[in-house]
Design a binder for this molecule. Structure first.
Ligand code: FAD
Length: 199
């Protein structure tokens, strides 16, 4: 289970209640889960009938500046990865991700089109479709990946990793070197498997 899932589970049940109900939930474990932040990282995909953005060498990304921090800032076309797909991706994070998750896809499409018309002018075509992932509202995720605070030390990661009774923990949030990344999750899974085999 991702660390976001553990955090929301404890918040829903209450930390103290979690401690007594589950018997072995020690303070050090609860503190590690509570202190490890969860980032929300949202890639919104928009499909168009044709390309209206510049392509070619050195022209994959474009940036939009807005007085609202993080408002549809970071854009990328999909032409290099999927030629002919006529798709754009815009990346949102944290507060903007949560705001957009809470509104309808139609509202998000309207906002994104407003930004694109600001950049490319009023004559660009309407998007045909939109995909808005909802990592924060997914009860099995509650975010995209872990983000240890700047003051985190090895002990905090050890506490995230350490078993509680017969419950074992693995995943990217238990990797000291590569937390937040796919290979962190993979390597942590491998290590935990070796540990379990030794029991
Ligand atoms: C939009 C986005 C972009 C990313 N980009 C990159 C990137 O470019 N490079 C990179 O290295 N990493 C990237 N990451 C991070 C990467 O996806 C994660 O680090 C990785 O998936 C973590 O793997 P994991 O196995 O630890 O956890 P997860 O992949 O989160 O797997 C946990 C699984 O547990 C399941 N689960 C949760 N609760 C329960 C329950 N109660 N019962 C049963 N199952 C449950 C979940 O459904 C999920 O399938 C990105 C993540 C996101 C969201």
């Amino acid at each position: 289970m991702p660390s976001g899932g553990w955090r929301s589970g404890f918040r829903a049940s209450g930390r103290a209640k979690g401690l007594t109900c589950h018997g072995g939930w020690h303070r050090w474990k609860l503190e590690a889960i509570e202190k490890c932040d969860i980032m929300v990282y949202t890639k919104i995909f928009l499909k168009f009938p044709y390309k209206f953005w510049p392509c070619g060498p050195g022209k994959e990304f474009f940036i939009y500046a807005h007085e609202q921090r993080g408002y549809y800032t970071f854009w990328q076309h999909m032409e290099n990865a999927y030629p002919g797909s006529n798709m754009l991706v815009v990346t949102l994070t944290n507060e903007e991700s949560k705001r957009v998750e809470s509104q309808s896809d139609q509202e998000t499409m309207k906002e994104a089109m407003g930004v694109l018309r600001d950049i490319f002018g009023p004559d660009i075509p309407e998007a045909l479709d939109i995909l808005v992932p909802r990592w924060y509202n997914n009860p099995y995720q509650r975010g995209s990946y872990s983000n240890y605070p700047i003051y985190a030390d090895s002990q905090m990661v050890e506490n995230m990793k350490a078993p509680v009774g017969r419950i074992f923990f693995t995943g990217e949030h238990t990797s000291e070197k590569f937390n937040g990344y796919v290979h962190g999750g993979y390597l942590a899974g491998e290590l935990q498997t070796i540990f379990l085999k030794c029991l």
